[in-house]
Each structure stands twice: as C-alpha cells, then as structure tokens.
Design a protein around this ligand. Sequence first.
Ligand code: FE2
Length: 103
Amino acid sequence: MVIGIQWDESFSLGFEPLDEQHKQIFGVTEEIDQMLQASAPRDAVIEQFVRLRGLLSEHFAYENTLAAGLDGVQYPFNAHRACHEKVLRDVEGVIALSIGVEI
Ligand SMILES: [Fe+2]
C-alpha cells in the first residue's frame, strides 16, 4: 500500500451521510493507491485525483454546514477546518504538479 488506509467500521460516526462520504473518499484513495501500484496511465491517475478533490471539496463544505448549525462546535471545528484546507491544498498540489497547471 502506497498511500492509504482502508475504511473499516471503526471510522463510522453513525451518521449515514458523513459515513457514506467518508467511504467514497476512502474508496477513491484506495483506487489511486492500486493504480499507482499497477503503474496505471498517468492521465487515469490524475483523473482520480481530480475526482478525489471534488469529493473532498463537497464533503468539507457539508461538514462546515453541519458545524455551523451546532452551537459550541465552531471553536474546535476551526482547527479541523484548517486541516480540511491543508488536505485540499495538498491534493491540488499533486494535481498541479502532475499537469503543470495551478488549480
Ligand atoms: Fe470528514
């Protein structure tokens, strides 16, 4: 395994919308991992990174929406939001390096 970790039920939050999004994110990460191990064509790998970026972007926006609706969550969530932004920048950095264009 090059990148990732696989989903297992210990990651479940017991909140179906978030769990499903997390499973999708883990799934794409696993696909990328397998593609890299199999030396898949570069364009196909980049396509999966772009897909991952889209899933992450939607997921983080959804989590931000949820946190905004919960009293007292904003303070601790701000640090988590910073992690979200770093992960997105990292994925965008991989894509930018791969295609030579800033995203
Ligand atoms: Fe999440």
